[in-house]
Design a protein around this ligand. Structure first.
Ligand code: IMP
Ligand code: MG
Length: 178
């Protein structure tokens, strides 16, 4: 285990189970739809690439980069799109894929914007949820699992751009960021 990690919250085995469970559910729900899986970079990468391979349907993928964080551990609330999608959303059923839902400010902003762009439907899949931290009116449609109000890293999630390549979700030691 990485020495900066206090404990493992979601193991590799649990991540595989989450992807299989969500993939099956999404496959059922999107059978007659025109699915576009839209990842929010960079945190989504490992979750999204594993999740889409558990979805047994034709689908398209695209990515968006938004920034709301500095190098701290709390969302600034000032959300900015730094890389936009490449395709027209007209006629697509969009499934936004996010690493973690915290205050909800980022996804609230992103889904407001996508609503103005002609998507047929918009839903949210998040690997992790910290429900007690929610400020913005956002409810995810698919959740991998809830995590406590601790800063977590790995499997795409970073602290100051580090730890994304850990194969599990770990709780970061407070001494690293306090
Ligand atoms: P929100 O706007 O507060 O919901 O923040 C969501 C974004 O903040 C996520 O997409 C993450 O990039 C980041 N974030 C929130 N909590 C954590 C965490 O515990 N570890 C790593 N990133 C986090
Ligand atoms: Mg993110």
């Amino acid at each position: 285990m990485n020495p900066d990690v206090e404990k493992i919250l979601v193991s590799e085995e649990q991540l595989r189970e989450i992807n299989m469970r969500l993939g099956k559910q999404i496959t059922e729900d999107y059978k007659d739809k025109n699915l576009l899986v839209l990842g929010i970079l960079k945190g989504c990468v490992f979750f999204m690439t594993d999740l889409v391979r558990c979805i047994d349907l034709p689908l398209s993928i695209d990515f968006m980069t938004v920034s709301s964080y500095g190098s701290g551990t709390r969302s600034s609330g000032r959300v900015k799109i730094t890389k936009d999608i490449d395709i027209d959303l007209d006629g697509y059923d969009v499934l936004i894929v996010e690493d973690i839902l915290d205050s909800g400010k980022t996804l609230h902003y992103v889904s407001q914007i996508l609503k103005t762009r002609g998507a047929r439907s918009i839903k949210i899949a998040t690997l992790l949820d910290k429900p007690e931290r929610r400020v913005a009116p956002i409810t995810p449609d698919y959740v991998g699992c809830d995590v406590p109000d601790e800063f977590v890293v790995g499997y795409g999630l970073d602290y100051d751009q580090k730890y994304r390549n850990l194969p599990y979700i770990g709780q970061l030691r407070r001494s690293i960021y306090e």
